[in-house]
Design a protein around this ligand. Structure first.
Ligand code: ME8
Length: 484
């Protein structure tokens, strides 16, 4: 078995300017499957998620509904938290960048380090800014004068700001990425970042005047300025571990093993973040795992197209494990994935109601009716299951962020069970040879147990229900009733 180690995994921190949607559920489910897998193999795991609150989007969204920003974000954030809990997300910490105790000391300490390295200077920024992207943009980024990703007109601004000497880090970052010391997965995203680096990184405005953005973290030593939201947001990955404060888990968990993120925010994580860490003399994160986007009917989900899927409604109708199943297995992590209710129901009926649900019901029914002594069946420990040689493809898939393929492995084991039953027909054999029938059923119960262990990262509730049923020799309630 691989040596046990510590494993630190993060998701992006989301803008709480609206309620959580399927895209947020996607990042969370992928990261949660990975975190649960690492706990299963015995790693000391830390899983971080949270919200990115020092953004101009907040006062804008709050004003629309006639609320104060603080009241507005508190409500949205509590909605995010209860949604993540309904989805069974096993995060260890939920960080809010508005949290002056948990986050601000780390963000300000990092700023001081960049300054001490000579990488912060004052200059005038004159140009365009897209609040939707929270990004400085140039004319060539625009389509019909608008930011294409956010469909909004950028603001023209001219202001004196602090700048970060990002240009200085183009070559060091390129070397780290080329050598995979900073590994970007998948390869296509790595190539995309290298092309960006070929153009050379430009210094970037790293603060905004407080009179323009009254909602943010004060720049150390100059309270007329607040930090640029991405500078503050990226720091969450270390402030959450207590960087800049006494105590904390920084030394145990930093550098991060995996930052999970969507392809829309790669350049912030592959250029600005490593440059900040290099400037501050901190170890670099090890890997960026970049997933695709969830589409609906082949198009980006958007309210105006009317194809937005509300994940909370899906959980209510079909259960958290079914939603987790779809996102983990039916969507390939590196491509954009389509999700419609029709596809969801098809996958549910085929692989959860049939497939898994059916296999569990059949085996336990037979074992009970032929009085197999459940209490005498020696089930393996998780450690023993994971040490099995044939489980290698499952582990390999997880190590490569192919959550879908790790799940494929489990479903191929379910298919093996069906094949075994068809071949040995224990229900016929029971008429002539009960001893042999018991042997077959004990084999099947053990196989099912193994499947229930391997299912833990994907379907934590179902996995536990099956394990309990096997230990107690009970028939569980119908796990996944067919959807008509
Ligand atoms: O960018 N499909 O926050 P954000 C899949 N605060 N994933 C999606 C998605 C979709 N349709 N839509 C969003 C920000 N996501 C910053 C991040 S990190 C230091 C700061 C997921 O609320 C995906 O992970 O716009 C994407 O990268 C992230 O949400 C963007 O969330």
């Amino acid at each position: 078995m691989a040596e046990k180690k510590s494993f630190y995994i993060t998701t992006p921190i989301f803008y709480p300017n609206g309620k959580p949607h399927m895209g947020h559920a996607y990042s969370e489910v992928l990261a949660d499957c990975v975190a649960r897998y690492h706990r299963l193999i015995g790693d000391t795991t830390y899983f971080l998620t949270g919200t990115d609150e020092n953004t101009a989007k907040i006062p804008r969204a709050a004003e629309k509904v006639g609320k104060e920003p603080k009241e507005f974000t508190d409500e949205i954030v509590s909605g995010f938290k209860s949604f993540f809990s309904d989805l069974n997300i096993s995060y260890d910490q939920f960080i809010r960048t508005s949290d002056e105790k948990a986050h601000w000391p780390g963000a300000q300490e990092l700023w001081r380090r960049l300054e001490a390295a000579g990488d912060i200077y004052k200059d005038t920024y004159s140009g365009l800014y897209c609040v939707g992207a929270e990004s400085f943009v140039t004319e060539k980024d625009l389509v019909d004068g608008k930011c294409p990703d956010h469909d909004e007109l950028p603001q023209k601004i001219e202001e004196e700001n602090y700048f970060f000497r990002l240009s200085k880090y183009t070559d060091p970052i390129r070397k780290l990425i080329e050598s995979n010391e900073l590994l970007i997965v998948p390869e296509t995203r790595k190539r995309e970042v290298l092309l960006l680096l070929d153009e050379g990184l430009k210094d970037i405005s790293f603060s905004r005047p407080i009179k323009e953005v009254p909602w943010g973290i004060p720049v150390p030593g100059d309270d007329t300025q607040v930090m640029y939201v991405w500078c503050d947001a990226l720091t969450n990955y270390i402030s959450a571990l207590g960087f800049g404060q006494e105590g904390g888990d920084f030394n145990t968990f930093w550098p991060a093993d995996w930052h999970v993120l969507g392809k829309d925010i790669v350049r912030f994580h592959a250029a600005i973040w490593p440059a900040m860490l290099l400037s501050a003399g901190l170890p670099l994160s090890k890997q960026l795992l970049v997933h695709g986007l969830i589409l609906s009917n082949g198009r980006k989900m958007s309210k105006s197209l009317g194809n937005v899927l509300d994940p909370a409604l899906f959980i209510e109708k079909y259960g958290a494990d079914a939603v987790r199943y779809y996102l983990a297995r039916e969507v390939s992590p590196f491509d954009d994935g389509d999700m419609t209710e029709e596809k969801f129901i098809e996958a549910y009926n085929g692989n959860l109601a049939n497939g898994l649900g059916n296999a569990v019901a059949r085996i336990i029914t037979m074992a009970r009716s032929y009085e197999v002594p459940f209490g005498e069946v020696a089930f393996l420990s998780s450690e023993e299951v994971l040490a099995g040689e044939h489980v290698a493809p499952y582990k390999k898939a997880f190590e490569a962020f192919r959550i879908d393929e790790a799940a494929d492995y489990v479903w191929s084991e379910i298919a093996c069970i069906d094949g075994y039953i068809a071949e040995h027909e224990p229900y016929k054999l029971a008429k002539t040879d009960m001893k042999k029938t018991h042997e077959h059923l004990i084999f099947l119960l053990k196989k099912l147990w193994e499947i229930a262990i391997l299912l833990e990262p994907f379907l934590p509730t179902t996995a536990l229900t099956i394990q309990t049923a096997l230990k107690n020799g009970e028939q569980p309630d119908n796990l996944f009733p067919r959807i008509a």
